[in-house]
Write a protein that binds this ligand. Structure first.
Ligand SMILES: Nc1ncnc2c1ncn2[C@@H]1O[C@H](COP(=O)(O)OP(=O)(O)O)[C@@H](O)[C@H]1O
Ligand SMILES: [Mg+2]
Length: 256
């Protein structure tokens, strides 16, 4: 069997804001149905990549394809194939959870908006809170509603820009569970995160964006293999992604 074409393919992507060169040639591919974590510190350019992939921002150079469509040549087709959940919840606080979902379902012109809303409320454990204003929801419930809203219309590719930033640990676990369920249902997920643990827990592949390029990418096992084997300690311990990250950045800067 041949490998299916990537759900996301990025090559030589560059972007500057004025004199600030944020992306200096970014390359990566994401296999369909997988979870890909773009990991980087604050200001690394993660949101810039996501905005380019979701056609909100034009790159200065390079190409990007999402679901087989070029972001510059076929932006409409790209937009039909994706959903984007930003760092800050996009839900309307005045409306109830159900009203938010029905509103988006109507905007996206799906059949049976009420039924679609009720299914999503069930799936995201929000049925009991469906009739309450979102203003009364916890951070985790809001983020779950946000992700539920992004699924309306069944987009094959989902961008989650820092889905758990600002959430407490319990809410973070709830979101992780939903993201995993998405990928299990065949959706391709690109998430950005500053949390090494999040990438470690969720992602099939991880790419570290640092000073404008992907300095390393691979599975967690491949990233671990970049470090010397764990020394036999009293209890054998695998290096954490944080140790790998720091070692790689340290190595890179040592060479400059
Ligand atoms: N519209 C903009 N104009 C000028 N600078 C920007 C703009 N958007 C982002 N930046 C800068 O570009 C860098 C990367 O930003 P961003 O992509 O938001 O990073 P991240 O999402 O990884 O935190 C940051 O230094 C940020 O301040
Ligand atoms: Mg960001």
């Amino acid at each position: 069997m041949s490998t299916p074409p990537p759900a996301i393919h990025v090559s030589g992507l560059r972007k500057s804001y004025g004199k600030l060169e944020v992306l200096k040639g970014v390359d990566f591919s994401v296999a369909p149905g997988s979870i890909f974590a773009l990991l980087g510190s604050n200001g690394a350019g993660k949101t810039t990549v996501v905005r380019i992939l979701s056609t909100l921002l034009k790159p200065d150079a390079g190409t990007a394809c999402v679901a087989g469509f070029d972001v510059l040549a076929q932006p409409g087709r790209v937009r039909e194939s994706i959903s984007l959940t930003g760092q800050f919840a996009a839900v309307d606080q005045i409306l109830t959870g159900r009203e938010n979902l029905v509103m988006v379902a109507r905007l996206r012109q799906v059949k049976n908006p009420g039924g679609v809303a009720d299914d999503l409320l069930r799936r995201f454990d929000l049925t009991d809170a469906a009739g309450r204003r979102v203003a009364t929801y916890s951070g985790g419930m809001r983020r779950r509603l946000d992700i539920a809203m992004s699924l309306i219309g069944d987009p094959p590719v989902i961008f989650l820009d820092e889905p758990t930033t600002g959430l407490d640990p319990e809410a973070r676990l709830e979101v992780w569970k939903e993201v995993q369920a998405l990928a299990d249902s065949g959706v391709t997920v690109l998430l950005t995160t500053q949390y090494l643990e999040e990438a470690e827990k969720l992602a099939d592949r991880i790419a570290i964006l640092h000073q404008g390029t992907i300095i390393v990418s691979g599975t967690l096992a491949e990233l671990r293999a970049l470090l010397p084997a764990a020394k036999a300690e009293l209890v054998e311990r695998q290096p954490t992604l944080e140790e790998i990250f720091l070692a790689i950045i340290g190595n890179k800067e040592a060479r400059v």
